[in-house]
Design a protein. Structure first.
Length: 131
């Protein structure tokens, strides 16, 4: 969906997306605000369900904020978040592209190591991935 950039928009987007297809488990966002909103929705709607397994859900963002770093740490430490990581640099357009490129390569098994980018990329995640 276009223009899903904020926490509130991410929350609404997750609600709509999971109503349409309840099997969605991966969300890739241009901003971390969207990823945080998606995480907030998923945890609030499914977090108390007995069969809920937080490790089967993930949201990734494409920029950096202290709130996103905290949510990633929560995902790693206690399962109170599904925000798994961010990939960012100084250019928001390139940052978002980095999220999609690396995440897609990881999910499809097509990644090559090391990864090469024209601009320096930075990562922070809950599972130890480094560029």
């Amino acid at each position: 969906q276009d223009t899903v950039m904020t926490v509130d928009a991410g929350y609404t987007f997750a609600s709509e997306a999971l109503t349409y297809d309840p099997d969605i488990r991966l969300f890739m966002c241009f901003t971390n605000g969207c990823a945080i909103g998606i995480s907030n929705y998923v945890i609030s709607e499914y977090g108390d369900a007995g069969e809920f397994d937080v490790t089967q859900w993930a949201a990734f963002g494409g920029d950096r904020s202290d709130a996103a770093l905290e949510m990633i740490d929560q995902a790693k430490e206690n399962g109170d978040s599904i925000v798994r990581g961010i990939i960012y640099n100084g250019d928001p357009e390139e940052s978002g592209r980095g999220v999609f490129t690396v995440s897609y390569a990881l999910l499809t098994g097509e990644h090559e190591e090391p990864y090469y980018f024209l601009d320096p990329e930075h990562t922070y995640n809950s599972f130890g991935f480094e560029l």
